[in-house]
Design a protein around this ligand. Structure first.
Ligand code: SF4
Length: 347
C-alpha cells in the first residue's frame, strides 16, 4: 500500500483515548494468564485446529506440517521483520509499524499478492524462529521506535508468539499488538486473543460463499469471517487514537475491491454497516493486480477499473461510512512486494 487519501476521515471521527498508556496484554502477562493462553494455544496445535481449516495436523510430530505450511508449534516461520510505513496512517504513524510477516497461510487465495511467503515458495528467505528468537525480533522493532507490533498471518504460530510476548515483556517490551489477518479465525482462537490484541486489522475479502469457494477454496469463509469480525468488534470496539493520531486499540476492516465484482463488495459493506457499525474504520483498497494464478480465472486478469472502484466508493456513501481511508486507484501499480529482498517494500 503506497498511498491513501484520508478525505473520508471526518474531523469528528477521531475517538478519545480510553486505554491508558500501557497495552492490555501486559496485565495478562503480569497475572500469568498470558502463559496459560500460550499453553492452551499449544494444546490446540497438537491436533491442529488453530484456524477454521481445522486440518488436525499432528504438529508436534517431527516432519509434520499443516495445510498452511506450519511446522512445530514451538517454531514460527518468519519471512520478514521490518518497520513498515505502508499501513493505514494510525498504524504506521511516523515511525512505522513493527511488522512481522509470517510464512504460510491457511487461506488459498488464487490471487495472493504475498504468494512468495504464503505458499512458502523457493527464493524467499523464511527463517524458523523459536519463542526466544521471536522475542528478540519484537524487542528490535521496539528499539527501532515502531509504534506497535504488527503480526501478519500469525494464527498458525500463536503458541510461540504468546510465549515470545511473555519473554519480551520480561525484557521491557511493551508495544500494542496489531493482529493483521485474512479475517479467517476460529472462535477458540479469538478467545485466546481477547485482551492480548489491541488493534484488530482483519480483511473481509468476500461477500459471497460461491466466490470464496472459487477464489480461496473456502466456501465457509463468508460465514466464518463475519462471525470473526463481529467478535473482534465486540472485543476491541471502534478505533481509538492517542493525541498524536496513533492507534491504541480497536478495529480496522480492510476490503480489497476485485475486478468484475468478484469480491461482492456491496454485500461486505452492507454487513459492516448494518451488523457492526457505519462508524467502523474501513480501509477500501484498490491495490489488486493479477498476481500468482489469478489469470486462470475469468474476470481476475486485470486491475479494477475506474468505474468499478467509483461504484464501491458510492456504496460507502450509501451505507453511511464515516471513518476510514480510500486507497488511490493508482495503488495497484505500486504495491508489488518482493519477499526475496530484506525489505519487501523497498524499491
Ligand atoms: S493453522 Fe495451519 S495447521 Fe493449524 S488447523 Fe489451520 S491450516 Fe491446519
Amino acid at each position: 500500500m503506497v498511498s491513501r487519501n484520508t478525505s473520508r476521515q471526518k474531523p469528528g471521527g477521531i475517538s478519545p483515548v480510553g486505554r491508558g498508556n500501557s497495552p492490555r496484554w501486559l496485565e495478562l502477562h503480569r497475572s500469568g494468564e498470558l502463559a496459560s493462553r500460550a499453553e492452551r494455544a499449544s494444546g490446540l496445535a497438537g491436533d491442529c485446529r488453530l484456524c477454521p481449516r481445522a486440518c488436525h495436523a499432528a504438529r508436534f510430530r517431527p516432519g509434520t506440517h499443516g495445510l498452511c505450511g506450519a511446522v512445530s508449534p514451538a517454531e514460527a516461520l518468519v519471512a520478514a521483520s521490518i518497520p513498515h510505513f505502508g499501513e493505514e496512517p494510525p498504524v504506521s504513524g511516523s515511525r512505522g509499524s513493527g511488522t512481522v510477516f509470517f510464512g504460510g497461510c491457511s487461506l488459498r487465495c488464487i490471487f495472493c499478492q504475498n504468494h512468495q511467503i504464503s505458499r512458502l515458495e523457493d527464493g524467499c528467505k523464511i527463517v524458523r524462529c523459536d519463542a526466544r528468537e521471536l522475542a528478540g525480533l519484537f524487542l528490535e522493532l521496539q528499539r527501532a521506535g515502531c509504534h506497535n507490533l504488527n503480526l501478519v498471518t500469525a494464527t498458525p504460530y500463536l503458541p510461540s508468539i504468546l510465549e515470545a510476548l511473555g519473554l519480551a515483556a520480561a525484557d521491557g517490551f511493551s508495544l500494542p499488538i496489531v493482529y493483521n489477518s485474512g479475517g479467517y479465525e476460529s472462535e477458540e482462537t479469538l478467545e485466546l486473543l481477547e485482551s492480548v490484541v489491541d488493534i484488530y486489522l482483519p480483511d473481509m475479502k468476500f461477500g459471497c460463499p460461491e466466490q470464496a469457494r472459487l477464489l480461496c477454496e473456502a466456501p465457509e469463509y463468508v460465514a466464518v469471517n463475519r462471525r470473526a469480525v463481529a467478535e473482534m468488534y465486540r472485543q476491541a470496539g471502534l478505533l481509538e487514537l492517542d493525541s498524536e493520531g496513533i492507534a491504541t486499540g480497536g478495529l480496522i476492516v480492510r476490503h480489497l475491491v476485485l475486478p468484475s465484482g468478484l469480491a461482492a463488495t456491496r454485500e461486505v459493506l452492507e454487513f459492516i454497516a448494518s451488523r457492526l457499525s457505519a462508524e467502523v474504520h474501513l480501509s477500501l483498497m484498490a491495490q489488486y493486480y493479477p498476481a500468482f494464478r489469478a489469470r486462470e480465472l475469468p474476470g481476475l486478469g486485470r486491475p479494477v477499473s475506474r468505474r468499478e472502484y467509483r461504484e464501491a466508493e458510492l456504496w460507502l456513501e450509501e451505507f453511511g461510512f464515516t471513518n476510514g481511508w480510500v486507497q488511490q486507484l493508482e495503488a495497484e501499480a505500486h504495491y508489488r512486494p518482493d519477499f526475496s529482498r530484506g525489505d519487501p517494500f523497498s524499491s
